[in-house]
Design a protein around this ligand. Structure first.
Ligand code: MN
Length: 211
């Protein structure tokens, strides 16, 4: 059984960009539901997986939509919580240099990240991703993860589903994304992910299942 990971900060830590009310709904209802349905599907199939990453990769290989969607959303949300912090930061060191190389400078990166998120039609996720040292921005649809691309290391992600921002920003996805990338992106976490992508340390993994 996979557990719903606790938030790594208080529910009101990301306010006012993401309110306490949104975090309770998003974590305690939406994320919790994905984990519940994921566990139900695994129980029905009798599978005893070692980790969520392999569950999602195998589901994608088999075209198992229920596991792709619910396993993917369980993973994406857990990663999303880690990718935010209650105090603003900026990238430093090797990651900052890689951002300059890929996008020109940090301001151009932020603009490109917001543009990708605004341009993504419907629900999904906008990612900063590393393939080795090389950074790029991409978006994924609905519950789609980056896990099938085993050469990809996610660096940051923002949730584009309306449930992520509608209570606080109504239909203003652009305003939400601009504030998110300027104030909530957790660059300490991003730097650890980038170090893993380039050979130092381990990338984020979803907490292992309990018996
Ligand atoms: Mn969400």
């Amino acid at each position: 059984m996979f557990k719903l990971p606790d938030l790594p900060y208080a529910y009101d830590a990301l306010s006012p960009v993401i309110s306490d009310a949104t975090m309770h709904l998003h974590h305690d209802k939406h994320h919790a539901r994905y984990v519940t349905v994921l566990n139900q599907a695994l129980e029905e199939s009798g599978a005893k997986p070692a980790d969520l990453e392999s569950v999602v990769r195998e589901a994608v290989a088999k075209g198992d939509k229920k596991l792709i969607n619910n396993g993917g959303q369980a993973w994406n949300h857990a990663f999303f919580w880690e990718a935010m912090a209650g105090s603003a930061s900026t990238p430093t060191g090797a990651l900052a240099a890689a951002i300059d190389k890929a996008f020109g400078d940090f301001e151009a990166f932020k603009a490109a990240f917001v543009k990708e998120g605004v341009g993504h039609f419907g629900s999904g996720w906008v990612w900063l991703v590393a393939h080795g040292e090389t950074l790029s921005i991409k978006s994924s649809h609905d519950g789609e993860t980056l896990l099938p691309d085993t050469a990809a290391t996610p660096i940051l992600v923002c949730d584009l589903w309306e449930h992520a921002y509608y209570l606080d920003h109504k239909n203003d996805r652009e305003g939400f994304l601009k504030q998110w990338i300027a104030t909530l992106a957790n660059w300490g976490f991003a730097e650890a992910q980038y170090a893993a992508a380039t050979g130092t340390g381990k990338a984020y993994a979803y907490p292992a299942p309990t018996a």
